[in-house]
Design a protein around this ligand. Sequence first.
Ligand SMILES: [Mn+2]
Length: 375
Amino acid sequence: MLLFIRKIGNTLVIDKPKKSAYNMNHTIKIVIFGGVKMNNIKEFKEKFEQKILESSKIVIVPHSGIDFDAIASAIAISLIARKFNKPTCIIVNDPSYKINHGVQTIINEVINDISIINSNTYMRSRNYEESYQNKFNDLFVLVDFNSYDMLSLDKDFLMNNKTVIIDHHIENEKTIPSDIKYINQNSSSASEILSMLLCMFKVKKTKDIANYLLAGIYLDTDKLSKNITSSTMRLVSNLLKHGASMNYVTELFAEDFISDKKVLELVSKSSIITYCIAIATADDDIEYTKEELAKVADYLLRYKADASFAIGNIGDNKISISARSKDKVDVGLIMHELNGGGTKFSAATKLDNITVEEASKILKKIIEPPYYINE
Ligand SMILES: [Mn+2]
């Protein structure tokens, strides 16, 4: 058998010559990264506790484009820090018009109790120059992401500060170096990991935090239909026991009518380009949020498609592609070819200065073996 070996950043990728997107399953990746990665959550808990104890403030950084999983996990981390009497803040840099209304509801519910600020406010509070030199001994906890792409802080800033990552996404060459990290791709969501950590740290779960974590799990499992394991369901059961309510969560997920109409219009414009792959290509002059594109891709998987892609303009001269897969196609690898990332089931990328149509052509070149192209 002929094997190809390529090096992408810190990753060695070995693959068989590919005939179709299906064969991408045979790719082997060897990833070499810095930082201490904990495979064992108990070991991570001990190290994380030490880091919290030796720091003066816990600065929690959810990913940009904050969603239910990121905000719920961030709030859970602030409860852990509080147990050790450490002050905390959560950094959110997304402009409020870009924040999902359900996520905004959660932020509004906790804002009087937990400090949620943007990075400039944090920098001012800490004195910009001195923060860069870590004069304050703050601990940065990045949650629900591990890559520079989704970091809402100045990249150089983290270099001199202590960093912890808690995540469930695959690592890639853009993974941020950290002192310790717990990254478990078998977990459905960061909220699942945090539900477990709250138990281990013996933090009492209120009805509110149980609801938020359930919303986080609900989002990342596409309403408890994907990526779930017996461990996920055990934790869901535990959250329900602590007062979480499905009614509260479905209410948070209620669609905004205008946005949903946009989603369904784009779904109706999609085409199944082979018998297995659905692509929705938006008009350039309509701006979508990444979340709307993700919904379109999710929606397309209801049909007999193995994988789906939604391509649209997200503003700032950027085109985003959101990709979803049932099983046979590895959309993580396909998005990786376009400088993006994600898991086999759910991935995305952003492309600069091109049109939706051009992005669609590039994507089709990657996913279609020549004998499938019919244009
Ligand atoms: Mn997540």
